[in-house]
Design a protein around this ligand. Structure first.
Ligand code: ZN
Length: 281
């Protein structure tokens, strides 16, 4: 065991001693327990801020900052305040793919109204050969899912012969996601190296999340990306993680607190977030 020496405020030290006296728990054991809780990364835990129904209804106000989001993961996807583009969180860095196609590294104080992240830790990997479409990607990922009842994270790295993406335009609060999605620019890239960041969520999550597959793309040179509509490639490295815990954090801003989240918005969500060329998203 190591010995930890550090200075803490007098008042806190008094409280710590009182606690040790009252509970009988050894101070070393108590400090170890608290440090473990504070420092340990939660693994296989998906953290989501806000709900898909709120997003569909146009609640695009900041729920948490990018800096807060990074406490919960190094891998994920989402959007930004005012629905301003697509979020890709990869290797602990958050990128914003804007509707003009540009990609920006995001500062910690940027806000997000909706995002899904985790500390990625793959438990399975394989090579995808002759991937010909988004539907094909879904079929290949299906082979690595043992269940319809838990979440999965998928990371795909390599050279893509073709990728088609889109990025949401900046949109005012209250304008529905479906309406916003009608004017989203699309981008096509050929022969580009990069990474797909994606999740598969169970059908039962439809009231709060996005059921099925959802992938965002970021090029290796960090200059291209977006919400994936179609893709093709060969010899791609697929990494898979089964997710056993789902942590849903709810915004406390007025827009969220007052939103009517009772309606089933599956169709609008699928139209806005889904893949347009293949119905399987
Ligand atoms: Zn997306």
């Amino acid at each position: 065991m190591a010995t930890l020496e550090c200075e803490i405020p007098e008042g806190l030290s008094d409280t710590l001693q009182q606690r040790a006296h009252a509970t009988g728990e050894d101070t070393s054991r108590f400090v170890t327990r608290i440090l473990q809780r504070a420092l340990a990364k939660s693994t296989h835990t998906l953290f989501q801020i806000s709900t898909s129904r709120a997003l569909v209804q146009g609640v695009y106000e900041e729920a948490v900052s990018a800096g807060q989001l990074l406490l919960h993961g190094d891998f994920g996807l989402g959007t930004f305040d005012a629905l301003d583009g697509e979020m890709v969180l990869l290797d602990g860095v958050i990128y914003q793919v804007k509707s003009d196609g540009t990609v920006h590294r995001v500062q910690d104080d940027a806000g997000t109204p909706f995002a899904t992240v985790l500390h990625f830790s793959d438990d399975d990997e394989s090579v995808l050969t002759n991937l010909i479409s988004f539907g094909d990607l879904c079929d290949l990922c299906d082979e690595h899912r043992r269940s319809q009842n838990v979440f999965y994270a998928f990371r795909v790295d390599g050279r893509f012969s073709r990728i088609r993406t889109r990025a949401m335009p900046r949109t005012q609060d209250g304008i529905s996601l479906k309406t916003a999605a009608e004017s989203q620019p699309e981008f096509s890239f050929n022969d580009v190296e990069g990474t797909l960041v994606g999740f598969w969520s169970p059908p039962y999550v439809s009231a709060v999340g996005i059921p099925g597959y959802h992938f965002h793309f970021l090029s290796k040179d960090r200059s291209k990306g977006g919400h994936v509509l179609d893709c093709a490639g060969n010899e791609l490295l697929l990494k898979v993680e089964m997710i056993k815990e789902f942590h849903l954090a709810l915004p406390d801003n007025e827009a969220f607190l007052r939103a009517d989240l009772t309606a089933d918005v599956s169709k609008a969500l699928s139209a806005a977030e889904g893949n347009h060329s293949e119905k399987k998203a």
